[in-house]
Design a protein around this ligand. Structure first.
Ligand SMILES: [Zn+2]
Length: 467
């Protein structure tokens, strides 16, 4: 055991340093905490808890006057907080993290760890949908970490802050901050931090295009897999790759990545990550036409008591599911939930977008064309405001499908030409995003003639009858 005071290496069972006679308890406690951290990163939480218990024993033996004890205690609180955090026990995690942050306030040399605890507190608030609180934790953490030269923590805080910009449709701010975080990660030389930055840049370019950039960044992240010590980060990267292939329409590749990510998250008991992956599994099942899984994943996510992560998009999926089963009354329940959610105080543009989209789909199924039309128009406006061209293009496609149904049922040339214009808008967006597979699908739809309408046939028959 290396003495923390004079760095002399002592034999294993010695209680105090044979050179300077300092107690070896701090060194032993620190060693246990290091082991606990390694095990947490490997997802072996039971082993981590064992090391934490031993560290606690050491801490109790240290005199309260020992200055370093404060730092070690803070680290023990932080690690315990991480274990709760990964088990989605967010309130317990927040209490431990807050304790760690308090102990480190003003502690020289503890800035990096304090920044990390603040980031975790930010994340807990983020997952609960308290965006403003989360943003202020991230800002505090960024300032502290940059000043202390704690590059890894700085990169993490900046990335998470950028996520909030992104959720508010501030793509330019988000992108600038993601690139600033990448710079911090490069300074740190830490493969895990670097791969995390690549993943987020991939997700951002996936949303705003070009798709080729998104693919390039996720491939860079995947190429670092062997050097990443945190399995949760590896899982998130695989999940991002899956999400990208899902957007692209390569279901086989997406499914392969999703199975891999889900198995890994489950093996490690990382519940939060499992829910992030399930969000993509819902969409995969829908696109594959696997209705049973589609419904199961969506209703489990919607009813999940431990996190609201993905709840809104699960509600939209349930609306789609029930409409596909011609159960409009069931769908209406979730449209109503989405409406209340969009009216909530800390609502986001995404919530508003999903409500308008869900309401538009419900009214389309009921053939209330005018009402559906206004919900679709509002949904497109919100997507544009959110600077989210991929979602905008998706809504345009659904809007065009509704307009074509309307054109057919009312024999309306106005609706038919409006449908064509809307499809062209979707095509432009996919071209701008650089997604050839989606562009091609829209171009095929554009070439398909307007289905012959029933009323047109009826008019013809009427004319014949008059003759
Ligand atoms: Zn010594």
């Amino acid at each position: 055991m290396e003495c923390l005071a004079c760095h002399a290496v002592n034999a294993d069972r010695v209680r105090s340093c044979t050179v300077c006679s300092a107690s070896l308890i701090p060194a032993r406690t620190q060693w246990e905490l290091d082991r606990a951290e390694v095990e947490i990163k490997k997802g072996r939480f039971e082993l981590a808890a064992l090391h934490l218990a031993k560290a606690d024993g050491g801490l109790l033996q240290l005199p309260a006057s020992d200055n370093y004890r404060q730092f070690l205690s803070a680290r023990a609180f932080w690690l315990q907080g991480l274990i709760y955090y990964y088990h989605a026990q967010t309130d317990a995690a927040a209490a431990e993290m807050a304790q760690a942050a308090d102990l480190l306030e003003g502690y020289t040399g503890g800035e990096g760890l304090r920044a990390q605890a603040l980031i975790n507190l930010g994340n807990i608030n983020y997952y609960k949908g308290h965006m403003e609180v989360a943003a202020s934790y991230y800002d505090q953490a960024t300032e502290m970490a940059v000043l202390a030269g704690a590059h890894t923590a700085a990169a993490r805080a900046m990335n998470n802050r950028a996520n909030i910009h992104s959720a508010h449709g501030q793509s330019v701010d988000a992108l600038n901050l993601y690139h600033a975080a990448l710079h911090q990660a490069e300074l740190s030389g830490d493969a895990t931090a670097l791969a995390g930055c690549y993943r987020l840049l991939s997700a951002t370019y996936q949303q705003i295009g070009p798709y080729s950039q998104a693919l390039e960044f996720v491939n860079k992240a995947l190429s670092l897999r062997g050097q990443i010590d945190d399995q949760a980060v590896v899982c998130q990267i695989i999940n991002q790759a899956a999400s990208l292939y899902l957007t692209y329409g390569d279901l086989e590749q997406a499914e392969q990545y999703l199975r891999e990510a889900y198995d890994q998250a489950r093996r490690e008991g990382n519940k939060l990550l499992q829910w992030e992956i399930v969000n993509n599994l819902i969409e995969l099942s829908r696109q594959k036409g696997d209705t049973e899984r589609w419904f199961n994943y969506a209703s489990r996510t919607f009813n999940n008591p431990s996190t609201t992560l993905g709840k809104t998009s699960a509600a939209l999926q349930l609306v789609r599911y029930y409409l596909s089963q011609s159960e409009a009354e069931q769908a209406r329940i979730y449209v109503r939930w989405l409406k209340n959610n969009a009216l909530a105080a800390d609502r986001q543009l995404e919530d508003e977008l999903m409500y308008n989209q869900a309401a538009a789909l419900l009214h389309t199924a009921e053939e209330s064309w005018g009402v559906a039309d206004s919900f679709f128009q509002r949904a497109i406006e919100v997507a544009a405001e959110q600077d989210n061209p991929i979602r905008e293009a998706e809504v345009c496609e659904e809007y065009a499908a509704m307009l074509r149904q309307q054109a057919s049922s009312e024999n309306s040339h106005t609706a038919a030409s409006h449908a064509e214009a809307t499809l062209r808008r979707a095509a432009d967006l996919y071209r701008q995003l650089g997604i050839p597979s989606r562009l091609q699908a829209v171009e095929i739809a554009l070439r398909q003639p307007q289905p012959e309408s029933r009323s047109e046939l009826a008019v013809d028959k009427l004319k014949q009858a008059q003759l």
